[in-house]
Design a protein around this ligand. Structure first.
Ligand SMILES: [Zn+2]
Length: 70
């Protein structure tokens, strides 16, 4: 888990609702924000999106959830 040792996992809310991991029900996530690269956006047919995305990685099972936009 070398990539994620620098910061602490956080609890997150989206649309006012506490986010839980769909796999293990954990409530703590490592957060990464960035741009989707063009090939990824095209692969997922997301050319309509602004390609700014938030990536939440479950601190327990490493399941990844992506949110587009802010
Ligand atoms: Zn999990």
């Amino acid at each position: 888990m070398g990539l994620f040792t620098k910061d602490e996992p956080k609890m997150m809310e989206v649309k006012g609702r506490q986010i839980k991991c769909l796999v293990c029900n954990n409530e703590y996530f490592y957060i990464r924000e960035g741009q989707l690269n063009t090939s990824t956006a095209t692969f997922f047919n997301l050319d309509w999106a602004n390609r700014s995305a938030t990536c939440m990685v479950c601190s327990e099972c490493t399941h990844i959830m992506w949110f587009l936009g802010d």
